[in-house]
Design a protein around this ligand. Structure first.
Ligand code: GLY
Ligand code: MN
Ligand code: MN
Length: 436
């Protein structure tokens, strides 16, 4: 975890941007039952982690820049020896102030009572509506209560603002310490993909490959996968979010692995596609070469001032040209792009922000216009081609082939840095690993 000063500096910058008349509320999401009385492992919501480093459930941060007292307020679970014996250690109220930088801490159960007082007479309330019904209800109740006291000088905020306009702008530009965590996540992930290529022979089950990848993440000090690991062999590679990972790899299969280690709360996001028996068939190789060429050209476009939309449009055009050459589509490329025929074989976007979340926070457009890239942003570049096993009117040797190649790219002042360059993707290199 970063030093407390890192989180303090983030809060200070966020409060500076909020201005002296705003208030912001950031709360953990409720713990989720998995079955019976067993819960999913808790993972702090990224906004709250970003501002505090506090990883416990049932925690709320209220920031009140410009307030005379209680600028940084936390509501947390109090110490409770009996509960801690069952569920683990708690920082408690003392820990929230001593270790997590709160000016004052209250028991989590007092949030409802105290919220109206904390937001009184503030102009803007920064709160992510629609994430957590219980918090939405607490907020609207506090606002309703303040409406009744308005004539006595205690009025509710004038506006409720989505955190993406301020907080998520901070998360979008990565600081040096964030990049250190992301480089580590990327290095572990690259090694896990190489290990997967060496393991995944015909006869190996997809879940064995998944197990080795997730083991590598955890054994190297990561929190585990930043999203559910995808291991799709053969036609399973054409299912974008295939996470069952139940099938045996067959001779001649391509295996698509999309997996990223979360390290220090930051995740990598790499996809590689490789021939399980150590050699591409000519048809697989044609598809692979197309996707790789498109991906490399897209990475070369990454630089300050470019937009993700421009990169996506370039990928769509080159992939569509390739689809015509492969015999997947017929017609003029301009028409096939315009009428979105390419979506039959390339149905997802090319990029997303990457950071604490795999699909990280941050606006993609400014009033509908794609925003220019800036140094410090981290994006994925992940074109692919997916030809369903039952796709009609396509060359039979192409059916059931799915290829995606995904790297994590830091925008730098002069262009880009590929944070996942250590993960092989040249066909000769991956064939050699698959034969190793
Ligand atoms: N692994 C999710 C994605 O590539 O967007
Ligand atoms: Mn991705
Ligand atoms: Mn991915």
């Amino acid at each position: 975890m970063f030093a407390p000063e890192v989180f303090a500096a983030r809060r200070a910058e966020y409060m500076r941007r909020l201005g002296p008349d705003a208030v912001a509320i950031v709360r953990s999401l409720p713990e989720r039952l998995r079955n019976g009385d067993a819960y999913h492992r808790f993972r702090q919501i990224s906004d709250l982690y970003y501002l505090t480093g506090f990883a416990e459930p049932d925690a709320t941060l209220v920031l009140r820049p410009g307030a005379e007292t209680e600028q940084v307020v936390m509501f947390v679970r109090p110490r409770d020896p009996e509960m801690e014996t069952w569920d683990g250690r708690r920082a408690g109220l003392e820990g929230a102030t001593a270790r997590y930088g709160a000016d004052v801490a209250y028991p989590a159960s007092e949030l409802g009572d105290k919220l109206a007082g904390l937001i009184t007479n503030r102009d803007e309330l920064h709160h992510a509506l629609g994430l957590d019904d219980e918090l939405d209800h607490l907020v609207t109740s506090a606002i309703a209560r303040l409406r009744r006291t308005e004539r006595r000088g205690k009025r509710p905020p004038r506006a409720v603002i989505d955190p993406r306009f301020t907080l998520h702008e901070l998360r979008l530009r990565k600081s040096p310490e964030e990049l250190t965590a992301m480089r580590k996540a990327c290095a572990i992930t690259a090694d896990a993909h190489v290990a997967a290529m060496k393991l995944g022979r015909p006869g190996t089950f997809e879940y064995e490959v998944e197990a080795l990848i997730d083991y590598t993440f955890r054994a190297r000090g990561g929190n585990g996968p930043g999203y559910a690991t995808i291991v799709g062999a053969g036609e399973n590679a054409t299912i974008l979010h295939y996470i069952e990972n139940t099938c045996a790899i067959a001779p001649g299969d391509l295996v698509l692995v999309d997996a990223g280690c979360e390290y220090g709360y930051y995740t990598a996001d790499i996809t590689r596609t490789w021939p399980a028996s150590g050699a591409f068939t000519p048809a697989q190789r044609r598809v692979y070469d197309l996707v790789l060429a498109v991906q490399q050209a897209a990475i070369e476009m990454v630089a300050p001032g470019t937009t993700l939309d421009a990169i996506h449009q370039a990928c769509v055009r080159r992939l569509t040209e390739g689809m015509v050459e492969l015999g997947l589509l017929t017609g003029a490329v301009d028409d096939l792009v315009r009428d979105q025929s390419f979506k039959k074989f390339y149905m997802h976007g090319t990029s997303h922000w990457l950071g604490l979340d795999v699909h990280d926070a941050g606006a993609y457009t400014d009033r509908g216009t794609p925003r220019p890239l800036e140094p410090g942003m981290v994006v994925t570049i992940e074109p692919g081609l997916y030809i369903a096993a039952d796709a009609p009117d396509v060359p039979v040797e192409l059916r059931g082939i799915g290829v995606r190649i995904e790297d994590d790219i830091l925008v730098t002042a002069s262009g880009y840095e590929n944070l996942t360059a250590a993960c092989p993707k040249e066909p000769d290199a991956i064939e050699a690993l698959c034969r190793a």
